[in-house]
Design a protein. Sequence first.
Length: 225
Amino acid sequence: MRHVDPRRTIFAGSLVVAAAWFASLALATDAATITRQGNGRGAAPCMACHGVDGAGQASAGYPRLAGLDAAYLQKQLEDFASGARSSPVMQVSAAALDADERRALARYYSGLPLPPALATPATPPPAADSVGAVLATRGRWASQVPACVQCHGPGGVGVGAHFPPLAGQPATYIATQLMAWQQGRRHNDPLQLMQHLSAALSAQDIHAVADWFAAQPLPAPGTAP
């Protein structure tokens, strides 16, 4: 029977672990570079719209990416690339990324800490009996509209890969997405839930609930989003 030197086995195992670690590091490095410089093949620098820290730009309606679920982020990039989700800017950039780059960017932004500046909303939340608060926390069952927090979590902090955080996202962004679902320009939601729900909302409803979520505080920095 051939004798196997255990030191060789340990060394080989160490090489495999090291190779995996270096590959992971390379992906992280590439993602960081793409956020600052683009990929040189048509993908624009992510920080131009989403900021260095992934906080987004409320005034322009660009969403926060920092701390979002990696699987959710990757799916959105893939949907932009395929055209399942429309955006003149994001479709071009996502299509210019290869599968590894999309996966790396999703992991990169998911691993960024929540921006401290977003922990305290710039505006106070609307009253508990306002249209937005009622839709967000209680829904409107007469129109078969459940509370948003039933899927998106308490205060809109997000749940898993299918229900992203709404808390602290720009009101303009939230309203734009609701209108995109309502008008059939976006259709990448699970079981077409958002298409059905948005159809029952008026323009006033959409802006009210968007304002409510935009005014919700994010978890304290260092905690899970």
